[in-house]
Design a protein around this ligand. Structure first.
Ligand code: NAI
Ligand code: MG
Length: 516
């Protein structure tokens, strides 16, 4: 029986299940694991220490492969390969058009291997296969085509200055980029980091998250098939305090890009500062408000607020995790939001129609359940969910809390799980103040038909992305990033290019110029 069917039977009761539910018959992933070693200088190699670590299927918590475990020595080797590829070429010395052709060929290969990449992503991460195969992997080929388009359109300026001088700016690649990515969107994070860095002519050492090492290795293999010279893109698997810290503090890494938690963001920023002061871009956590105004189309707002929070098992940095609802429509919204969460299908992410798979790992699973307990203890009202699903893997019931107050932990911390918190607001002044009263500033959703209300909120909210009557609209061209403790810098679009370029001013005296 599916979780949805059980919930339907449970009717208005809060569902509490302790035995198997959603994951009885698992579908065998339609893909092989071919690459588990580190990819350094164009070759798959074991870790210098010879060590490996297990990677898991979050549906069952069973080991699916052992991957090479990089530490400081492997990071050194990867950085010297990237350094050599940068200093000696051919990558930065190719014409930008030649570089763009390799990015385009890679995008074609991603398209060709779309289904395998999606299957591997689902197997290692637990996200619904339909989401990976129809939305996420196609976004990756799209993003590389977008940055292939930029590769031969990056140029400096001729600058009029006071005095007899010819002044120009050269936009140069920055050098060796260190990139550290998380596990919630392993390949999308790979794309956001690698696309602009390569388009600008840099070389890369990328460390995947320890939970999800598999797809980036596969993608990097495809990149070499597309003609990428050895050493340009090195991909290593390993843990944060060892491999990640070695990369962040490496003296020969010229730029660091990180996505993950705010706590780890602070650590890598400090490591960068204490080593060679490499510039750092950070995409960190969030506690994004989703604001439902009194004039909103309630059915649409319910569906969108549900999506904003529960998408990807709630494991999104920009999840709409504070659902603020105007007091006039609060009761209706709440009833419908609860019914929608109860209808959400949880189960084997490879199964058609399943909306929600397992959380990524035991640590995240326990953390989410801890936050649910904290919500109950702080007297928020548990409307539905609250328990694990089944007895295997990391499945959690779609959970809704109402009567949430701003000072509760569940309204302040990033839960990163399928837990919706619904809060009531009185008027726009009230909701603006409360929505901004957080250390985060990543995104916000606004649901209203009134253009003046939308415009007022859009400008008042201190966040990097505002979605008006929509949510989670991502596109290669749209910049993404955070205010406050949600990060530093922007990724995607034209904005990401400047993360990977140095600007050099060149000043030459002019003798008898015809004009100035
Ligand atoms: P994390 O921020 O610790 O890990 C992200 C990446 O940083 C991984 O590749 C990890 O190996 C690396 N890392 C960890 N410690 C490091 C260190 N000392 N030096 C260099 N690199 C290091 O995130 P984690 O522990 O997986 O999850 C903790 C919480 O972070 C989650 O519950 C969630 O709230 C948040 N998170 C936010 C993400 C986002 O998209 N903004 C993504 C993943 C997690
Ligand atoms: Mg961590």
């Amino acid at each position: 029986m599916t979780f949805a069917a059980r919930n339907a039977i449970a009717g208005n009761e809060i569902g509490r299940y302790s035995t198997t539910a959603a994951v009885e018959e698992l579908i065998t992933p339609p893909v092989q694991i071919s690459y588990t070693q580190n990819l350094i200088d164009g070759k798959f190699v074991d870790a210098a220490s010879g060590r490996t670590f297990p990677t898991y299927d979050p549906r069952t918590a069973e080991v699916i492969a052992h991957v090479a475990e990089a530490d400081g020595e492997d990071i050194d080797r990867a950085v010297s390969a990237a350094r050599k590829a940068f200093d000696e070429g051919p990558w930065p010395k190719m014409t930008p058009y030649q570089r763009s052709l390799i990015l385009l060929r890679f995008a074609d290969l991603v398209e060709k291997h779309n289904d395998e990449l999606a299957a591997l992503e689902t197997w290692n991460n637990g996200k619904p296969y339909e989401q990976a195969v129809k939305a996420e992997i196609p976004m990756i080929s799209r993003l590389f085509r977008y940055y292939a388009g930029w590769a031969d359109k990056i140029h400096g300026l001729t600058v009029p200055a006071d005095g007899n001088h010819h002044v120009q700016t050269l936009h140069e690649p920055i050098g060796v980029a260190g990139q550290i990515i998380p596990w919630n969107f392993p390949l999308i994070m790979f794309a956001w980091k690698v696309g602009p860095a390569l388009a600008c002519g840099n070389t890369i050492v990328l460390k995947t998250a320890e939970q999800t090492p598999l797809t980036a290795l596969y993608a990097a293999k495809l990149f070499h098939e597309a003609g990428l010279p050895p050493g340009v893109l090195n991909v290593v698997s390993g843990f944060g305090p060892t491999a990640g810290a070695a990369l962040a503090s490496h003296m020969d890494v010229d730029k660091l890009a990180f996505t993950g938690s705010t706590d780890t963001g602070k650590i890598v920023l400090e490591l960068a500062a204490r080593s060679n002061l490499k510039p750092v871009t950070l995409e960190l956590g969030g506690k994004s408000p989703f604001i439902v105004c009194e004039d909103a189309d309630i059915d649409k707002a319910v569906e969108l607020a549900h999506f904003a929070l529960f998408f990807n098992q709630g494991q999104c940095c920009c999840a709409g995790s504070r659902t603020y609802v105007h007091e006039k429509v609060y009761d209706e919204f709440l009833e419908k939001a609860r019914a929608r969460a109860i209808r959400r299908t949880v189960g084997d992410p490879f199964k058609k129609g399943v909306e929600q798979g397992p959380q990524i790992d035991s640590e995240q699973f326990k953390k989410v359940l801890r936050y649910i307990r904290s919500g109950i203890e702080s007297n928020a009202t548990l409307e539905c969910g609250g328990e694990r699903v089944g007895s295997k893997g990391y499945f959690i019931q779609p959970t809704v809390f109402s009567n949430v107050q701003d000072d509760m932990l569940i309204a302040q911390d990033e839960i990163f799980g399928p837990v919706q918190s619904i809060l009531k607001f009185k008027d726009l002044d009230d909701v603006i103040r409360r929505a901004n009263n957080t250390r985060y500033g990543l995104a916000a959703g606004i649901f209203t038909k009134n253009i003046d209300v939308a415009n007022r909120l859009t400008r008042a909210l201190r966040v990097g992305s505002v979605w008006v009557n929509c949510f989670d609209v991502f596109d290669a061209a749209i910049p993404f990033g955070g205010y406050k403790m949600s990060g530093i810098g922007r990724e995607k679009g034209i904005y990401s290019l400047k993360n990977y370029l140095q600007v050099k001013a060149v000043i030459t005296p002019l003798q008898n110029p015809a004009w100035l």
